[in-house]
Design a protein around this ligand. Structure first.
Ligand SMILES: Nc1nc2c(ncn2[C@@H]2O[C@H](COP(=O)(O)OP(=O)(O)OP(=O)(O)O)[C@@H](O)[C@H]2O)c(=O)[nH]1
Ligand SMILES: [Mg+2]
Length: 201
């Protein structure tokens, strides 16, 4: 898919204030600093569309971007960010979960996972919750430029194994690098297919 246009629409903390749910929507989620905002910029070829930072906890709101005028990408705050108060963390969690459960036009969630790490409980628990809540999701292993292909496969297989303890199938898995652009075509084709299916009704 060709990205002709990508624009920021609005940021907020409440689903009632999100844009009208008139177009297909895809949300990016994952632990703080995993590279959600970077991936959005890489996909849209715009370095400064979503705000990026080396310090975890940069994205704090639900951020909507409209792509080609007819679908949305959503950048969400990370979960598992330690340096905020318990209270604040609870608020984020409620905000994110209510968005994920209630947003009618949300057709897919991309759960971003750092490709360099052993399976993390916070990621496994979050995907467990998505599965139980019947929110459709796929996985994206980020920052693959920082790891060898062989090493990465080991971690991916470990995730698959863990997930098969609970589920009959492993979710679709992508790999990405915001540095090299790897994963861009695959992720955009995946979105395009869903968008097309939606258009046919
Ligand atoms: N080498 C490499 N660095 C990356 C990649 N993606 C992100 N980074 C770096 O990782 C850091 C965090 O990136 P962000 O995109 O801000 O991460 P985020 O998940 O949006 O973080 P929060 O908004 O804090 O939850 C930045 O320093 C990025 O430059 C990647 O694919 N490769
Ligand atoms: Mg971010």
């Amino acid at each position: 898919m060709n990205i002709k246009d990508a624009r920021f629409v609005v940021s907020n903390t409440e689903i009632s204030k999100c844009p009208k749910s008139d177009w297909p929507e895809y949300a990016f989620i994952g632990r703080s600093n995993v590279g959600k905002s970077s991936l959005i910029n890489m996909l849209t070829n715009k370095k400064k569309l979503a705000m990026i930072s080396g310090t975890p906890g940069k994205t704090r709101l639900i951020n909507h971007f409209i792509i080609n005028g007819n679908w949305y990408l959503v950048d969400l705050p990370g979960y598992g960010y330690a340096k905020i108060s318990k209270n604040e963390r609870k608020k984020w969690e409620l905000m994110i979960r209510s968005y994920l459960l209630k947003r009618k036009n949300l057709l897919g969630v991309f759960v971003l996972i750092d490709a360099r790490l052993e399976p993390q409980n916070s990621d496994l628990e979050f995907m467990q919750w998505l599965g139980e809540s019947q929110v459709p999701f796929v996985m994206v292993f980020t920052k693959v430029d920082k790891i060898s292909g062989a090493e990465q496969k080991v971690y991916q297989d470990k995730y698959a194994e863990k997930m098969l303890e609970t589920w009959a199938e492993v979710p679709l898995m992508f790999e990405s690098s915001a540095e090299t652009g790897l994963g861009r075509d695959d992720i955009l084709s995946f979105i395009e297919e869903i968008n097309k299916g939606q258009a046919k009704g």
